[in-house]
Design a protein around this ligand. Sequence first.
Ligand SMILES: C[S@@+](CC[C@H](N)C(=O)[O-])C[C@H]1O[C@@H](n2cnc3c(N)ncnc32)[C@H](O)[C@@H]1O
Ligand code: SF4
Ligand code: SF4
Length: 500
Amino acid sequence: MLELKVQTQGGCASSGCGGSADRLAHLPEAIRAKVNNHPCFSEDAHHHYARMHVAVAPACNIQCHYCNRKYDCANESRPGVVSELLTPDQAVKKVLAVAAAIPQMTVLGIAGPGDPLANPERTLETFRQLAEKAPDIRLCVSTNGLALPDLVDELCQYNIEHVTITINCVDPDVGAKIYPWIFWNNRRIKGRKAAEILIRRQQEGLEKLVARGVLVKVNSVLIPGVNDEHLKEVSRVVKAKGAFLHNVMPLIAEPEHGTFYGLMGQRGPTSAELQSLQDACAGDMAMMRHCRQCRADAVGMLGEDRGQEFTLDKIEHLEIDYAAAMQKRAEVQAEIEARRAAQHQQTKVALVSLASIERARPQPKQPESRPVLMAVATTGGGVIDQHFGHAREFLIYEASAQDVRFIGARKVDLYCTGSETCGEAETRLEQTIRALDGCEVVLCARIGYEPWGKLEAAGIAPNGEHALEPIEDAVAAVYRELLDAGRLESVTAEPERLSA
Ligand SMILES: C[S@@+](CC[C@H](N)C(=O)[O-])C[C@H]1O[C@@H](n2cnc3c(N)ncnc32)[C@H](O)[C@@H]1O
Ligand code: SF4
Ligand code: SF4
């Protein structure tokens, strides 16, 4: 008999789960308290809570072949890109302004544009002030790890409970292909020796943080042909040392970014390669699949960037009553939690109902129902509430008779941008359809007649019937409809496209 297992980021090993929320429920209370409203450390939380980065750290102590911080484009969201570099005082002002305006913003991270710990004075001063002035905001830092072991004590002093270390390898021969040099003890060191030192320091930093009870996320950039196979070993090693979450991210490499890899034509992975490696790394280690590879000055929900609303000229003269803001923030966050609890309950019922169908199938149940990828348009809040043409990204879920699991987010160009750009709409729609490769259903609040037809022709069934429903709930319901209609009865045969 099949038991319902809802797999989320890392795979929920226990039966009787009820959606992404249930993975949180299975965590020890002390850890749950740290991740429940952290949009990066919890996939479920990212539907409800926002984050911001402040760009106070310009310098870096190493060079990665995929990084060039000189290139800036306000329309582009990727790591290392910023519009304004801030002093610690300016950063603190900006954080207070954003926290007052976006009460669901729970996390402030420093992630560059260089390495926060290669700029320890600026980074620690920002944290020091925020720990005092905004005690309701979680503080996070993201580092390459070279300077980390020496700074763990100071980070802990400012109640930093979440740290991200980028670990792309545990083998210096692999590292030598990713890092041309490091700057260490006032010397530039190159090649294998440099990678050896970096790896040793990263591992030492990881061990120290875990010993202090800090939750560590490990970022790894997936570079096809360089560290793809090796990342399974990285995942095994960091998990054994107590890392909480592993975030395997796709390499972004374009010639116009001016990076070594971009100029050399090194490609990034396809969605399928990324998913396959994330699955291979998963085991019982929690995998992050909802990272949006944000700019170093990103503001808002993951996947959105409201940075332009909070530029220095707009916040400089604001008077912020943070005590009043904190009160409002607590009220809004309590409302979010109440809504979330109701949603989770609803989803749990839907998933149990899905599993009951499978249990009722005649024995022996051959052939098994195949899984289906579904794309979802949402603006947040865990519900399907976005018009297909307004989506800048789609969340991808895999539904099967055993579970509904989140696979990742795929960015697309905005299809519907108004009449002036209508001439381009055709190609944008085609790009969107390409980005949804492998998906058989797209769930959205509404959709126009023309994209409807083109999606259908591409073998993707548009579905606007679950508007405003919780995502996992709706995905389970659609899967159930397909099961009932007898359209999923093949694991081995070429899938019958649903809209054909
Ligand atoms: C900009 S870095 C800042 C923090 C720190 N310097 C570090 O590297 O961990 C934030 C994350 O973005 C990743 N990153 C930077 N450039 C990237 C690229 N071209 N493709 C994919 N990930 C990238 C880094 O590896 C790191 O995990
Ligand atoms: S460590 Fe971070 S900031 Fe430094 S070069 Fe690498 S990606 Fe860029
Ligand atoms: S880059 Fe990833 S981990 Fe960092 S804030 Fe964005 S989503 Fe979260």
